[in-house]
Write a protein that binds this ligand. Sequence first.
Ligand code: ZN
Length: 131
Amino acid sequence: MPEPPLSIVWRCQLDVSTYVALGQQIEVGEQACPECEQRLSGWGGYWRWVRVPGSERLWIRRCRCSRCRRSHALLPEFLLERRLDEVWVIGHALALSITNGLGLRPVAERLGVPMTTARDCRRRFRVNAMV
Ligand SMILES: [Zn+2]
């Protein structure tokens, strides 16, 4: 059975709006395969959404290891897999909800996200924190 795709988080010095503006011209820099440390080569990419105020599409580069023959998504450090919001928004939602004890509605209002997003952040954290 093939292994699931693996994302590599890279240190991105750009803010989201600059990243978005660069479109497919985004430069990621050299990356090494997490399995065998072979240098990875470009392998296209895909568009995905990020919630800033509003929603923006941005380009996620992919790369491939010629030895392992696996491809990897190269996520800028401000994004998570399958999450629309930036990392800081999710972290802030968790801090307000769990540490400060704020309800979901005030958390959502403060961060400008739907209440379902605040609820999902907390639920996912609780599920994953129980491991
Ligand atoms: Zn490899």
